[in-house]
Design a protein around this ligand. Sequence first.
Ligand code: NAD
Length: 486
Amino acid sequence: MSLTNPELVRESAYINGEWVQARSGNRLPVTNPANGEHLAYVPDMGAEDARIAIQAAEGAWQEWRDRTAKERAGILRRWFDLVMQNQEDLARLMTAEQGKPLAEARGEVGYGGSFIEWFGEEAKRAYGDTIPGHGRDKRILVIKQPIGVVAAITPWNFPVAMITRKVAPALAAGCPVVVKPAEDTPLCALALAALAEEAGVPPGIFNIITCSKDHAPAVGKELTTNPVVRKVSFTGSTPVGKLLMSQASGTVKKVSLELGGNAPFIVFDDADLDAAVAGLMASKYRNTGQTCVCANRIYVQDGVYEAFVEKLKEAVSKMVVGAGLEGETQQGPLINEAALDKVKRHIADATAKGAKVVLGGKAHALGGTFFEPTILTDVSQDMLVASEETFGPVAPLFRFDTEEQAIAMANDSEFGLAAYFYSNDIRRIWHVAEALETGMIGINDGIISTEAAPFGGVKESGLGREGSRYGLDEFMELKYLCLGGM
Ligand code: NAD
């Protein structure tokens, strides 16, 4: 991994403006999932390190909240500019530790950076309200104030964007943050902190504690039970989200959860099939299928089923699989062996229950955690691919007859993050959009994420929203002022 700015590669955690090791001295290796190459060591911290970071955040808070929104916005703007100036290096670092194709990594740095730019601007617009009083001598005001110390726990699939989507609004609102990045991808998190430091984020306002999978429960427990922390923002799997939520209940913290998805992707008879195939390719195979909003269950109406399978097969068969740093690569490796095992388990379950493999279906000849882009047909609701998030490059195609059937099958899930459908009938577009039980819907569109729109799920996919003007509210409290004797 050669970078123009080698200063971005940090092998220390970042607490109170200092680059530090774990108190235990333990370290955690970071490796490249494409070839197993050792990249760096980062500290393998524990609960005591987390406690120190929380104290640092608390100590730094008052001075940061007292700054004007414009002052905080100026620092965020500098941080954004530095992220974009270092886009290529950050992308290379990301591909090295996470595996996604370099073009996707560049895109993620741009997307991740956009949250810093957006929330710096939004900080200046954290408006309150005046409300007609409930007595002749009374006046009502509502102000917004920063909630306090924020703990953020993030996953490996978007190592930059999942951090900036939480840290930028928190800092904009006037809150300090302690971040625990995923064990597989700590280097991007530390590089972001190095750039934030350079941009002038004061010591204690943005802290990063790194740790292994083994220490994550203890660190997570400290972050969710320490009374100083007032807000927990988590992105990751639903079981871990539920655990963190229950831990946070002891001190009644505000909790935001961006959890697993199981997105339905519905293609109606009246759809533009080429557009639907292009949308599915982007939604399904991006990041090797390892995105929370990834199309997981593809429902295709009877009348276009065969034609859709043929067009999809043609598109998928052209995909280039390889290491992310290689120029032509469109699909990189899976993140680790556990991810590979899950994909294999889902395909074995589906084929045992009658699904047919139209394309792929097995480990890729490149070895390691590379897997062939896969299409399954004759899929039914009793298969694991219907009920669980596969998190891999597998497109299972279900068949349906009526609009009502499609809606019922799509809603037959405890998840409710994203959904997609393709139709050119305006009545159907309204009806289906209103009936689907998800927080986000792509209508004739396979890529929906943007800093300007509220991202989040319903049902067991989560609580709260990230991005947009709603994303700032997650880090603020409302305070009602009643002025009497007026
Ligand atoms: P994960 O839940 O295993 O890990 C996420 C983070 O939680 C990591 O930092 C991990 O170290 C930490 N963690 C694990 N156990 C913990 C514990 N007991 N206490 C505290 N922290 C703990 O999830 P993952 O496999 O890394 O990520 C994939 C999941 O994330 C998928 O389900 C995906 O859908 C979801 N995701 C959701 C969104 C969204 O916005 N809804 C975005 C990206 C990923």
